[in-house]
Design a binder for this molecule. Structure first.
Ligand code: SIN
Length: 291
């Protein structure tokens, strides 16, 4: 089914939206993202993003300048503390060169929302594929609102007031001197976020722990924290909350980090080049702080 989201006065469609899975994800067509977005189109895309949580686009061969301009239409852009292009600091490159017949290990090949190690983690990310592996390298996205909603009542009650510690230690392996590692640790000390986040725009409750950046739950014994986190990480992995996206050069995914998690499937053996711009978000707030 194709949904026409909004129409201009003269009846011209802004773009078409085709839902891809019941839980999340939609393909957006009839739009050229290389052109500056007018306010109406930008607001309609923002509304579609809040509704579908991840939007996909094909054949958008944006220059880096156009990619940055697209992201900047939705908010201020982050500069990643470890990975950024020297001439385009707002662009995070994810470049995997060929591997001789072996599956790779990547830090994004685990379920996560982007940069939850920050006090103000990313609101949204826009990822474009530049080079496709011959086979594989899909990305899977999960609806973290549905993951929360389908927990049993006892677990929901238990986690609603909890907080967890997040840090960027996964990136230390990519820094080649102790000085750089120390700089990262001091710039991004461990930060405490609610385990259940209230989405700042939709008011929904979101499961907000992830297996890349979340270390432990505050106030619980280590073993209890580990058991609860494992249970919550597993909840995000349920296929009924997911959509899987197969890339081609020029494909784009635009996701809401406050409502989703994603997993870059590390099943490919040849080159895969991606570039991401990431929109700064706000400090997560949990249900216990809401009136
Ligand atoms: C990311 O985690 O932002 C990148 C996902 C991917 O490479 O598919």
């Amino acid at each position: 089914m194709t949904v026409q989201l909004l129409e201009r006065d003269a009846g011209t469609e802004l773009f078409d939206v085709t839902p891809l899975q019941p839980s999340l994800g939609a393909l957006v067509s009839g739009i050229d993202l290389s052109r500056p977005l007018d306010g109406l189109t930008r607001d309609a895309l923002r509304a579609a993003l809040l509704h579908y949580r991840v939007l996909f686009f094909r054949d958008q061969n944006l220059t880096r300048e156009q990619h940055i301009a697209l992201g900047a239409a939705f908010g201020e852009l982050e500069v990643h503390p470890v990975f950024s292009l020297p001439d385009y600091p707002e662009i995070l490159p994810l470049i995997s060169q060929e591997l001789a017949g072996k599956y790779r290990q990547t830090s994004d090949g685990n379920w996560h929302a982007d940069t939850t190690f920050r006090a103000e983690p990313s609101a949204a990310s826009i990822l474009i594929q530049r080079v496709s592996p011959s086979l594989g390298g899909d990305t899977v996205f999960a609806n973290a609102v549905a993951a929360y909603e389908t927990l049993d009542d006892e677990t929901k009650e238990r986690i609603d007031g909890l907080t967890a510690i997040h840090d960027p230690q996964i990136f230390l392996q990519f820094l080649d001197t102790e000085e750089k590692r120390e700089a990262l640790r001091s710039q991004y000390p461990p930060v405490e976020h609610p385990v259940v986040r209230i989405h700042p725009e939709t008011g929904e409750k979101v499961l907000y722990v992830n297996s890349v950046f979340t270390r432990r739950i505050v106030g619980l014994e280590e073993s209890e924290s580990r058991a609860l986190l494992t249970r919550l990480f597993d909840q995000v992995k349920r296929p009924e909350f997911q959509v899987r996206w197969s890339w081609k050069p020029g494909s784009i995914a635009f996701w809401d980090n406050r409502a989703t998690q994603h997993y870059a499937v590390p099943d490919y053996t040849d080159a895969r080049h991606m570039e991401r711009v990431t929109i700064i978000g706000d400090r997560p707030v949990g249900p216990s702080l809401k009136s």
